[in-house]
Write a protein that binds this ligand. Structure first.
Ligand code: GN1
Ligand code: MG
Length: 367
């Protein structure tokens, strides 16, 4: 065992004790998913030899300034869902002796622990059945929460999907950036300025009270749905850190931004990046099957604009982080955030090209 692994085992064991988990650590591995938190699968063996696995997560306190509020939101949402969705596994968080669903380690890092659900996830997905099931899972998630009073939830990251504010932040940092960075990002910045007014339209209208406030997930990537290994049916929606009051349309948009991309979110060769209409159609079938029962006509008519808008918003966030020196998103190599930006912009341009066709698919699906 390396020195690093030894230290980590000790740390995880200490967290496990705080959450009253019996036994000793038998194995652990890092789950390399997500751009923000650190996630581990940790397996314990107790005195009788029985083995149990858990998910341990260290919360990124730079991104999540009030993690206790996040855990309050999560408690509310998971218990609300658990009461309604019988026969399905649910996310259960461990509690400390004091009854808290979080703890701190000796370095003041914030930790939480939940049950491990044996399952598969998909980072990229070509199977229309899985894509439709992902849509169904997110549609159902929102339907289950449709009668939860959103005002009970904390807005854990203020202005998270306020596209106008995200763009203004980028423009502000652009004005302060050194010339070589501005030169390097000139094409990306030019395009974002060109389409910014269109991309901010929906979130401006939402802030003016013109769309319903719903309980939304706010990070609807397909790898946030766990699937049964054998039946390939969706089991449960995970990553509830950003569950907040928000726009339904953006949850849809964020999901198809990710799942209908022909490539990964950070594909360096943008010539390969397209918005796949067949994947989009499959997602719409699953999602709208659930969501057409609660979305308004105006929301449905704006789903494609929402897709474009959130893609531009994310591009602006990646670019802003690149300009600031990668302070927010975890990166695997220098320039990673610029690569992500370029990939999202290539996707946004293709969405624009296919705009009318995508709207037709939506109208056909609800008919
Ligand atoms: C971040 O860490 P992860 O993958 O759950 C980000 C999302 C972005 C996503 C892009 C709290 O999510 O908003 O869409 O990266 N989450 C936060 O991959 O900023
Ligand atoms: Mg997330």
């Amino acid at each position: 065992m390396t020195e690093k692994d030894f230290k980590m085992t000790r740390k995880l064991a200490e967290i496990g004790r705080q959450f009253q988990i019996k036994g000793d650590i038998y194995a652990f591995s890092v789950i390399k998913r997500g751009n923000i938190n650190a996630t581990f699968k940790v397996t314990f063996k107790d005195e009788e030899g029985s083995i149990e696995s858990y998910i341990f997560q260290r919360i990124n306190s730079f991104v999540f300034k009030s993690p206790v509020e996040i855990m309050e939101n999560i408690e509310l949402v998971t218990s609300f869902i658990e009461k309604k969705s019988l026969n399905k596994p649910s996310l259960r968080f461990r509690h400390t002796k004091e009854g808290r669903n979080y703890c701190y380690d000796d370095e003041s890092s914030f930790w939480r622990v939940m049950n491990y659900i044996d399952s598969v996830t998909f980072d990229i997905c070509d199977d229309p059945y899985i894509i439709a099931s992902t849509g169904e899972a997110f549609g159902e998630f929102m339907m289950l929460l449709s009668d939860l009073d959103g005002s009970k939830l904390h807005e854990t990251i203020k202005d998270f999907h306020n596209t106008g504010k995200r763009l203004d932040t980028l423009y502000h940092h652009e004005a302060l950036a050194p010339d070589e960075i501005l030169y390097e990002c000139r094409h990306e910045l030019r395009y974002i300025h060109e389409v910014g007014h269109k991309a901010r339209k929906l979130s401006d209208k939402f802030l003016a009270g013109q769309f319903p406030v719903r309980v939304t997930h706010n990070d609807t990537k397909c790898n946030n749905v766990l699937f049964d290994k054998d039946t390939k049916r969706p089991l449960v929606v995970i990553d509830l850190d950003t569950v907040m009051p928000g726009m339904a349309m953006y949850d849809f948009g964020d999901a198809v931004r990710f799942i209908a991309n022909t490539c990964h979110e950070d594909e360096p060769d943008v010539r390969k990046v397209f918005f796949d209409t067949a994947k989009f159609k499959a997602f719409c079938k699953g999602y709208l099957g659930q969501a057409k029962n609660f979305l308004t006509k105006e929301e449905i008519d704006n789903l494609v604009l929402a897709t474009f808008s959130i893609t531009i918003e994310l591009a602006a966030r990646f670019l802003d982080d690149y300009i600031l020196g990668d302070v927010y998103f975890k990166i695997d190599y220098p320039g990673h955030n610029l690569v992500r930006t370029r990939c999202q912009l290539a996707l946004a341009k293709d969405i624009m090209k296919k705009y009318d066709m995508l709207n037709d698919i939506i109208q056909e699906t609800i008919r």
